[in-house]
Design a protein around this ligand. Structure first.
Ligand SMILES: NC(=O)c1ccc[n+]([C@@H]2O[C@H](COP(=O)([O-])OP(=O)(O)OC[C@H]3O[C@@H](n4cnc5c(N)ncnc54)[C@H](OP(=O)(O)O)[C@@H]3O)[C@@H](O)[C@H]2O)c1
Length: 277
């Protein structure tokens, strides 16, 4: 099971949802962890819970909206562990709704957090990965980065950009031992979507929902195999490819999918309204 022993993994957006599951999986396979997120208390409590299982953990409170914080994350990681082998760029910001209903500064910050920050972190990581003789960066994108998504236009643009950056850089680095990968999920059962359910588009909710654990498993697998990207679930991945190359077909099936999405929203509302046992 100790597939990642002697590896150091930096996870940005590690205190909840997909990132926390990724941390648990790497910890179970022997990795040293650097966990990053904004909320210091939640992060510290999560780091402590992993330490009790014997994992070496450094917790760094930081905000992807700050370039200085991104630099500090890499510097403190190198100062503590001497370097790192895997970087998971997982956190993102999503202001939902039409472009005109959103504040201009909020849209600009979404580009900052979702695209500028992972590019900056990846660039800062490269010399350290080279000095280890190789390594992997996994960018967590979205199926909204595979087909243009009305109601999430800027978010969709940042995730398209992230996938393009990853593909181009992975080619640039061919032969270096450094791989840049992408995981592109549809809706995932986390606070990212459930805490904002009323504003999530019907189209998004029409797709089968993955669990954070399923997406985390794909991220960990991708860190050590040859594949470039996982779109998940694969059926939704196929649908987004079709919608991208044939927008006309996408417009025809859209009303059907939106009806399915409205039914899924009602089921989710009922589930969330039930008290936890
Ligand atoms: N859930 C979905 O339906 C879905 C679908 C497709 C793609 N994705 C992608 O999956 C990734 C993870 O989503 P998730 O569902 O796991 O989200 P989540 O449950 O909301 O968790 C987000 C994590 O990122 C941290 N974070 C948020 N903003 C940050 C910032 N500015 N700087 C540093 N850390 C920050 C959060 O902690 P703090 O709040 O304390 O900072 C938390 O640890 C995102 O890239 C998202 O775009 C999600």
């Amino acid at each position: 099971m100790a597939h990642f022993s002697n590896k150091t993994v930096v996870i940005v957006g590690a205190s909840a949802g997909i990132g926390a599951e990724v941390a648990r999986r790497f910890a179970a396979q022997g990795a040293r962890l650097v966990l990053a997120a904004r909320g210091a208390d939640k992060l510290a409590a999560f780091a402590e819970s992993l330490r009790t299982t014997g994992t070496q953990v450094l917790a760094i409170s930081m905000d992807l909206g700050s370039d200085a914080d991104c630099r500090r994350l890499i510097d403190e990681t190198v100062a503590t562990f001497g370097g790192f082998d895997i970087l998971i760029c997982n956190a993102a910001l999503h202001h939902r709704g039409s472009v005109e209903s959103n504040d201009a500064d909020d849209l600009a910050m979404m580009v900052h957090v979702n695209l500028r920050a992972p590019i900056l972190l990846t660039r800062l990581a490269l010399p350290h990965l080279r000095s280890r003789g190789g390594g992997t960066v996994v960018q967590v994108a979205s199926l909204a980065g595979c087909v243009p998504t009305p109601g999430s236009a800027t978010y969709s643009a940042t995730k398209f950009g992230l996938r393009a950056f990853a593909r181009a850089l992975d080619d640039e680095l061919r032969g270096s031992g450094i791989r840049i990968k992408v995981v592109s999920p549809g809706p995932v059962d986390t606070g990212f979507i459930l805490d904002d359910l009323d504003r999530v588009t019907d189209l998004t909710l029409s797709q089968p929902m993955s669990t954070a654990s399923e997406v985390a498993a794909a991220i960990v697998d991708l860190s050590s195999n040859d594949r470039f990207e996982r779109k998940m679930p694969w059926q939704s991945g196929l649908l987004t490819t079709l919608g991208y190359i044939a927008p006309f077909v996408g417009r025809v099936v859209r009303p059907l999918l939106e009806r399915k999405g409205r039914a899924a929203r009602e089921r989710l509302r009922e589930r969330l309204a039930k008290p936890l046992r």
